[in-house]
Design a protein around this ligand. Sequence first.
Ligand SMILES: [Zn+2]
Length: 443
Amino acid sequence: MQLVGNGRLITHNPEVPYLDKGCVAFEGNAIADFGKTSDLVERYPGSSFYNARGRVIMPGLTNAHTHIYSAFARGFNLPQKKPNKTFLQILENVWWRLDKVLDTDDSLYSAYATGIECIRNGVTTIFDHHASQFHIPGSLMAIEKALSNLGLRACLCYETTDRDGSEKTDEAIAENISYIDHAASSSMFRGMLGMHASFTLSQETIEKCVDAMGDRDAGFHIHCAEGPEDQADCLEKHGKRVLERLRDSGVLGRKTIAVHNIHASDTEISILKDTNTMAVHNPESNMGNAVGCARVLDMVSSGVTLGLGTDAYASDMFESLKVANLIHKHELKDPGVAFSESVGMLFKGNTEICSRFFPNPIGVIAKGASADVIVVDYTPHTPMDETNCYGHIMFGISGKCVDTVFIGGSCVMKDRVLITVDEDGILSRSREQAADFWKRVVG
Ligand SMILES: [Zn+2]
């Protein structure tokens, strides 16, 4: 038995939300018990004990939408062909240039680099949406290899799109299906069928995706109404709005993730709710791309399952939480909104999303839940208890405070040192790979 104790334990478990001098006990990959440290030490003699020394103990975090493939964009002074004035220009100038050049080694080291950042920020599960348009087959297995070596849990998919021709479309669908089948029996990985967005997918391609999925127990992962272009294109070509088109095409449902939904109408929000589709909000990315502010409060009040991601803008979910709390106050000119919705997206919505894919509960301290536990270097200077621990998280904790990370019962980072890999060696190799990638992009 492994004990992680002597800390301020935040559980996200409504039965016992908070414990001073709390302790979590796990055996194998699941939590066996939790409670007061003194009780658990007595109950499980001879256990291995990690002493949190008064720091915060809490469940690992989930990033419900990110893009490993964008890792090598960091610091890249990419020569611009056009101004970045619209979201479509950002796609054309940046992301659709980079994803044409990424090869399998680029994907591998992008996954190592992103995975290391996730662990360092206390993120223990990610939902990734990958694109490497001219090296599609095997790209998801390369990503799995890196994340598996790091010890991270993930749900992966490949971004199906028509923008590089039908051969690439077919390769993308095949890559998704092959990976869904491969990961179905894994405890640490799952697959989904990735699709880029309505405006880069013909009706024929959407039908191919739905046919390829067949009766597999996996859903689709697709960007929805991120920029105004997506809605305008859908109305012009198909005479309906994006979420209406996806519903009518059989894409939505309890295993499907609809990302963004910024320009969703009341009817489309009802469609998300009625089809039990999961939505994911990415506040930093939305602000960075200047695409608008998602109707998070309306989605929450309508009962939509809503999680929080970063869209690869960062790997720090505490940062995403803070920005979510701010963007809606600012947008609605109401300082009294969005705190509980932001906390709910990260700590309830993401837990619900994980529960639709993985066998054990994730993101909660409870018996039988996945033993994903982080220790955070935070000592409050005001009283902390079950009534205000989310205020301490919101205003006191950032990803850089995370000291120690257990995923599925295995320690992957201890006192800020990665256990599973040679971090310096991998990051050095990643920098070489990225420099070579930059040369290939510029040509
Ligand atoms: Zn995205």
